[in-house]
Design a protein around this ligand. Sequence first.
Ligand SMILES: NC(=O)C1=CN([C@@H]2O[C@H](COP(=O)(O)OP(=O)(O)OC[C@H]3O[C@@H](n4cnc5c(N)ncnc54)[C@H](O)[C@@H]3O)[C@@H](O)[C@H]2O)C=CC1
Ligand SMILES: O=C(O)[C@H]1O[C@H](OP(=O)(O)OP(=O)(O)OC[C@H]2O[C@@H](n3ccc(=O)[nH]c3=O)[C@H](O)[C@@H]2O)[C@H](O)[C@@H](O)[C@@H]1O
Length: 440
Amino acid sequence: MPARRVAVIGTGYVGLTTGACLASLGHSVVCADADPHKVERLREARVDILEPGLQETVRDALDAARLDFTGDTAAAVAEADVVFLCLPTPMGAGGAADLAAVEAVAAQIREVLPPGCVVVNKSTVPVGTCERVAALLGRDDVVVVSNPEFLREGRAVHDFLHPDRIVIGAADRDASRRVADLYAGLDAPLVLTDPASAELTKYAANFFLAMKLSFANNLATVCERFGADINDVTEGIGRDPRVGSAFLRPGPGWGGSCLPKDTHALLTVCDLAGVDFPLLRATIETNVTHQQQLVDRVATSCGRGADGSLHGVRLALYGLTFKAGTSDLRDSPALSVARLLRERGAELTAYDPALCEERPDLSDLVDLADDPVRAAEGAAACLVLTEWPELRDLDWAAIAARMAGREVHDFRNLLDADRLARAGLSWQGIGRAEAPTRVA
Ligand SMILES: NC(=O)C1=CN([C@@H]2O[C@H](COP(=O)(O)OP(=O)(O)OC[C@H]3O[C@@H](n4cnc5c(N)ncnc54)[C@H](O)[C@@H]3O)[C@@H](O)[C@H]2O)C=CC1
Ligand SMILES: O=C(O)[C@H]1O[C@H](OP(=O)(O)OP(=O)(O)OC[C@H]2O[C@@H](n3ccc(=O)[nH]c3=O)[C@H](O)[C@@H]2O)[C@H](O)[C@@H](O)[C@@H]1O
């Protein structure tokens, strides 16, 4: 496989991982970003996101002179054989994907792309975006290819280097082969297709994952009603390979920087195209109602009055990031639950192991504590919202001593109920009725 000169535009979770990993595969990579502070830090191998192995991969590639960073996008692409677009596509007006960054960069590089260069879009974008970018570039000698990314945050380097599949959508066989060759060092099945199918594959994948989670969260409620145990039920169904056991853990709703925005974006384009997709709509709505039901449960157990008010009730939240293993708070379900609790008047103190150093400003929502025991001061109940393993081993006796109430609502089924009982606390999980009641 010949080493290629690669430019990567955007050095976030996807771009930085792509750039550093492609360099580790032997390519010569220049990464560009619009944030000069980030570029400066990356040049010194300082990675500000929590991603196992990423800092080391960046440092090794910098030391081997196979990776460089610049704030100048035009300069980055000027000598490239292949240009990757790894730009944000956040939720825009009405739920559609906001393509402003992708379009801005296309306009910025159109004059400077070398002849015969391949532009690869890795951002998650609606069907037709490859064509749109090609039109903006207005270059007959440049092919635009779709190569969606499927990595998970907290496992970005691992997922990039050990992908389940690599999807490449191109109208041109030669361009498709050139992109596939970049990954020749990886042992992964290739799905070679057209751009529209590749673009849709990414949305379909995230929708399917979200659908599984909404199913699991709904099923947890059904389990509670009928005295069944969600863990046993999901194990029972998950062992059928047609179902699969992954992505069936119930929680406080699903979130993160992509599942919410991508399901909304797909729904929006379907609506615009006049395609009804009730399953997709139900998947999104289930996530909202599930969180409201969890908040109702807290209000029933420690609220004041029949209206579900939590005015003056202090609650301790454990975990704020959208899942364990990341410091990312974007669209975190923990924050959505916190907002619903605040709307009911609750006073919230939160502890999250990933936020003790970063200390983001969340002052309009929660008081951030860097000590898990202090977070429990005067709390009527504790809520576990992120599945950080270290929460299991907190000093629950010390936490109990600070609390005003006794209840722990474990919305991740993380903690050991016996251990909490020994600390004098009452554990309530999700999808696991404490006192099973069988229907006749
Ligand atoms: N975060 C994830 O786990 C995954 C994200 N994706 C998709 O990949 C795309 C990128 O996502 P992330 O890496 O999470 O985004 P991010 O927000 O972490 O990073 C985006 C980067 O692009 C830079 N940027 C923005 N506008 C720019 C411009 N005009 N010129 C140069 N740089 C610019 C920003 O400064 C930032 O460093 C999105 O479409 C997302 O849906 C796909 C798979 C996984
Ligand atoms: O397009 C993207 O950005 C990425 O989105 C997700 O990855 P990520 O956002 O890192 O998060 P996940 O690990 O998928 O978790 C999403 C949410 O589901 C929740 N979850 C996950 C699994 C589970 O069993 N139960 C559960 O509640 C998590 O806590 C989290 O809130 C997908 O898993 C990736 O394949 C995809 O590339």
